[in-house]
Design a protein around this ligand. Structure first.
Ligand SMILES: Cc1cc2nc3c(=O)[nH]c(=O)nc-3n(C[C@H](O)[C@H](O)[C@H](O)COP(=O)(O)O)c2cc1C
Length: 279
């Protein structure tokens, strides 16, 4: 499966078959997270647990969406704090999620808005670690009504159109015909547009320059000092990078800042510098 197929196949799965998934696959997915390409030097840990090992921890954890997800396994991401760690957490965890998708496993991003302290105790980690996100993981339950209902509730099915997310040289400026007619490159933007985000808010925007793509975010969604829209940005950055790489574009993400004054509430996140592509 190529990366475009994997990205279009991934959806949030909230209903699972109870049988355990293959231990080999689960450990391979966890290792993809541990060994993922990174944006910072932040220490991160990917903890794999069974439903029983998670026990009561999981109950009510999906508070924001008002529903608990039962799955045979969970992978929890813990990170130490440093500049850019949340964006990096999104970037790395999504590499793992896409690897799970390629193996036919279902996943769902679940932001760890609350319960950091009790989760640390369950995992046996000290309070130098922040609990960032978890995903249930296992074989998806086919044709699940719960899954369909929750996707509708979370407003998951659509994404904003390209012309509301990607701009040319400055915020609000339409992409020129030369970019729109570059069908290969447009696939990179399409893969980015389909990135999952908290409540499908799609808080990211992009400005295309000749050799760079700037990413910034328009809103904050902060709990316990963690702005979840930074995770969302990291996820979109992962999709952009993997789709660009599949086309032979050599690029790397560098941290902001850049000037986006005049765009209400906007915060710069990073710039994608392309070595061998001019727009
Ligand atoms: C950072 C983050 C946190 C999320 N938290 C939850 C959650 O607590 N519960 C849940 O059911 N889905 C959660 N989601 C899943 C989103 O609702 C979902 O990705 C989005 O609606 C797009 O739908 P899709 O993943 O099916 O494409 C979260 C997604 C992200 C990126």
């Amino acid at each position: 499966m190529n990366i475009q197929d994997i990205i279009s196949r991934r959806i949030s799965v909230r209903a699972y078959q109870p049988e355990p998934a293959s231990p080999g696959d689960l450990e391979a997915v966890r290792l993809t997270g541990e060994q993922a390409e990174a944006l910072t030097g932040a220490d991160m840990q990917f903890h794999l647990r069974t439903d029983t090992q998670m026990g009561n921890e999981i109950k009510g954890i999906i508070g924001d969406y008002g529903k608990t997800i039962h799955a045979p396994h969970y992978i929890v991401l813990a990170s130490r704090e440093c500049d850019g760690y949340l964006t990096d957490a999104g970037f790395r965890f999504e590499q793992m999620i896409l690897d799970a998708t390629a193996r036919g496993l279902g996943t769902c991003w679940v932001g760890l808005m609350f319960k950091e302290a009790s989760l640390r105790a369950t995992l046996g980690v000290d309070d130098s670690w922040r609990m960032i996100v978890l995903s249930p993981i296992g074989r998806p339950l086919k044709n699940s009504l719960t899954n369909r209902m929750l996707r509708t509730l979370a407003g998951s099915k659509g994404r904003k159109p390209i012309d509301r997310l990607f701009f040319w040289q400055r915020h609000g400026e339409m992409l020129p015909a030369s970019v729109i007619s570059d069908r290969n490159f447009m696939q990179v933007l399409e893969a980015t547009r389909w990135a999952p985000s908290w409540m499908n808010r799609q808080p990211w925007r992009f400005i295309l320059l000749n050799r760079e793509i700037l990413i910034y975010k328009l809103q904050r969604q902060e709990r316990e000092g963690k702005d979840y829209h930074r995770l969302d940005c990291g996820i979109a950055m992962c999709h952009l990078h993997l789709a660009a790489r599949a086309l032979g574009i050599r690029g790397r993400w560098e941290p902001g800042p850049f000037d986006i004054s005049g765009i209400s509430g906007a915060e710069p996140i990073g710039r994608y510098v392309m070595e061998n592509k001019i727009l």
